[in-house]
Design a protein. Sequence first.
Length: 118
Amino acid sequence: MTRQVLQPIDQMRIHRDEARGKVDSYFSDLLKQQLHRDTIHAEKRKAAERLLNGEQHALLDPEAQLRGMTAIDLARLIVSKPNDLFDRENRRQTIFKTIEQAADPQALDDILRSISSL
């Protein structure tokens, strides 16, 4: 009869996986709430970059007129703003790194409490 040696279960791995799941759920919910805004911001950024690179189009004209500025000025304003999607993903990855470094379940709970709505 072959004797099997059972390896101990890494409880922190289980806790970390659960914490990562909660973080992913939080960011997925955030994405759903901001889908329209994120989509239009990404499209406006593309249009602004194209306009600033010399491509002629009128995609930004209506908003520029509403704001009382030129399309070029609006394009400059758009590209000067941070990219929300990348910023959000960087935040998520930073949280994951912190989760990996957590020493105990209490540290994981503290990390999750520091994020709103978790």
